[in-house]
Ligand binder design. Structure first.
Ligand SMILES: Cc1cc2nc3c(=O)[nH]c(=O)nc-3n(C[C@H](O)[C@H](O)[C@H](O)COP(=O)(O)OP(=O)(O)OC[C@H]3O[C@@H](n4cnc5c(N)ncnc54)[C@H](O)[C@@H]3O)c2cc1C
Length: 533
């Protein structure tokens, strides 16, 4: 039987596991990464899902912390032989039933002008809030995002001591008692503007009716103009990470699911793979997968304190998942609403169907009742508008996403198999209603990707939970995944968490992996060669 020893073993080659291992490799450690799937990247997945030549991002499509996250520079991920990102000038758009449209631009004056057509008061409020966030975005990024989380009560106390609460309403403790809906209702009067901003929160994975989530709204507003597309597909970032791993003495074993974490004398010492191979780690094992696999599957009950077992068994997942339709298209659709705002034809992240906060309430209710929203409201993107390499000449690649339940009524998640085609066509027809002359003749192929497909492909996304644990007031910052494990250490000596069940949460941010690195560096006296942000 094969037996090899490394300094560290990382479980899972999603972007968090890949980044953490590269930092450690660059620090001189010998690192092994074991990945269940044949392909590295996890949420960075791009496939010829419909037809050869059409690149479909099966998981993450919209990347957002590019240019703000330190990992891109530290690990030299951007550049000539790295990832190239494009930030579409018309970032987002909403198309409404009455033929009007609202557009969010990288040029905020244009955003203001678009909003002003619905409400000048709201447009002014939006600009005031946006500018406020930008004023302290760097502070928030370095203290709240790319650092092990601090207690939210300490943050509130410090802000009031420094009298910062008076400088901006975003620092006020009362946000902790408000939902995003409450926040929007308090500040804005126009339903369409509220729907646009709530849609942005939904794309970020936030349920707009959960009390306490208003606290995160500043962050979201501050990056409403920072959606970026990875040229050649999101998987390109995984390729570049893999190359940097190799350059830095990191070994990646694909198709190597972990069966057990080996524990000796209360200390994590290595991993046993499902095919019987064993690998050992002198210093640590870091798990980037979900809590359930890490503690209930990989570890024996005698190695996990009862308190931790309880936390894991009670851990909550997002109320719903995502249903996607991937399309190979003959042409890029244009919209009837272009007669109101021509820029809608250039918008990347599109809301088609959410007209008011009530629409979100209805969808969240259906999802919590295990019913796919009867009239799907869509999130649509045609990446080929910005990335000509993602489809053959003169063709285009399209994506529709819908917030959806993991289970279908009594049938459970398997119910998706029987309804996925019908639901896909419902989504396509909804899209067509808003387009100018866009028929089934313009579609070469369409293929659904269900919440069940998500959890089958990425077993760490339990219940198709793309955030790897609920985003809720009691599961954020120093409470994620619980107060004791929020600093990336676990009750098992030498075992760390570095995936999205930890702060900040899912999304392609590198936050969990980067923050776990800071703690590991402290524990092992590693020289912090990376940029101190
Ligand atoms: C449909 C969908 C759409 C999304 N859209 C966006 C978006 O637009 N923008 C965005 O930023 N994010 C998006 N996300 C979320 C994003 O993909 C995830 O939050 C992110 O990938 C989590 O990163 P991670 O490194 O923590 O985990 P992952 O990327 O999930 O990586 C974990 C890795 O661990 C591996 N693994 C699991 N079990 C084992 C095991 N037993 N042994 C070894 N390896 C194992 C998995 O195969 C996987 O490769 C989307 C996700 C989905 C599913």
């Amino acid at each position: 039987m094969e037996k090899e020893t490394f300094d560290a073993i990382v479980i899972g080659a999603g972007h968090n596991g890949m980044a953490l291992s590269t930092y450690l490799g660059k620090s001189g450690w010998r690192v092994l990464v074991v990945e269940r799937r044949l392909e590295e990247g996890g949420g960075l997945s791009t496939e010829h899902y419909t037809r050869p030549g059409f690149l479909h991002n099966l998981h993450s499509n919209y990347h957002t912390f590019v240019g703000l996250c330190p990992v891109y520079d530290d690990l030299e991920l951007i550049g000539e032989d790295g990832v190239s990102y494009v930030q579409p000038p018309v970032q987002m758009g909403s198309i409404y039933e009455d033929g009007t449209a609202l557009t969010i631009h990288t040029d905020m004056e244009k955003t203001h002008a678009s909003m002003s057509r619905f409400s000048t008061k709201d447009a002014d409020t939006f600009m005031r809030l946006y500018k406020e966030v930008k004023g302290f975005q760097d502070l928030m990024i370095s203290t709240l995002m790319y650092a092990p989380p601090i207690d939210v009560n300490d943050i509130t106390r410090a802000l009031s001591t420094w009298k910062l609460e008076q400088r901006t309403e975003f620092f006020r403790a009362q946000l902790r008692g408000m939902s995003i809906n409450d926040f929007l209702n308090k500040h804005f009067e126009n339903e369409k503007i509220k729907a646009m901003l709530a849609f942005h929160a939904g794309v970020c994975g936030y349920y707009t009716d959960l009390v306490g989530l208003a606290i995160s709204f500043p962050f979201m507003l501050g990056k409403i103009d920072n959606w970026q597309i990875s040229l050649g597909g999101s998987h390109r970032l995984a390729h570049v990470l893999w190359r940097q791993m190799r350059r830095n003495n990191v070994t990646l074993l694909p198709a190597s699911p972990v069966e057990k974490i080996l524990v000796e004398g209360g200390q994590a010492k290595g991993v046993l793979l499902t095919d019987g191979r064993e690998y050992y780690a002198d210093k640590l094992v870091a798990s980037s997968v979900d809590l359930n696999q890490t503690f209930n599957k990989f570890l024996s009950p005698e190695d996990v304190p009862e308190e931790t077992q309880k936390i894991v068994s009670e851990y909550k997942y997002q109320d719903g998942s995502l249903f996607s339709v991937h399309l190979a298209l003959h042409k890029i659709p244009t919209y009837k609403a272009a007669s109101f705002d021509p820029d809608i034809n250039k918008a990347w992240v599109l809301n088609i169907g959410y007209e008011s906060l009530a629409d979100f309430e209805n969808d969240w209710k259906a999802i919590r009742n295990n019913q796919p929203p009867e009239h799907p409201r869509l999130n649509v993107a045609v990446n080929s508008m910005f990335d000509p390499t993602d489809a053959p000449d003169d063709k285009a690649t399209g994506l529709i996403r819908v917030f959806a339940p993991y289970e279908i009524g009594e049938q459970g998640s398997g119910g998706w198999e029987s309804i996925k085609d019908v639901y896909m066509h419902r989504c396509i027809r909804k899209w067509q209603e808003y387009c100018e002359d866009f028929t089934y003749d313009d579609i070469l192929q369409a293929k659904p990707y269900t919440p069940l497909d998500i959890s089958s492909k990425l077993t760490n996304m339990v219940r198709g939970d793309w955030m790897v644990g609920q985003i809720a007031d009691n599961n954020l910052l120093s409470n994620r995944p619980d107060a004791k494990m929020s600093q990336y250490r676990t009750p098992v000596k030498g075992l760390y968490l570095c995936g999205s069940c930890t702060h900040p949460h899912g999304f392609i941010t590198f936050g969990p992996g980067y923050n776990a690195l800071q703690v590991i560096a402290d524990d092992f006296d590693l020289e912090k060669w990376w940029v101190d942000i």
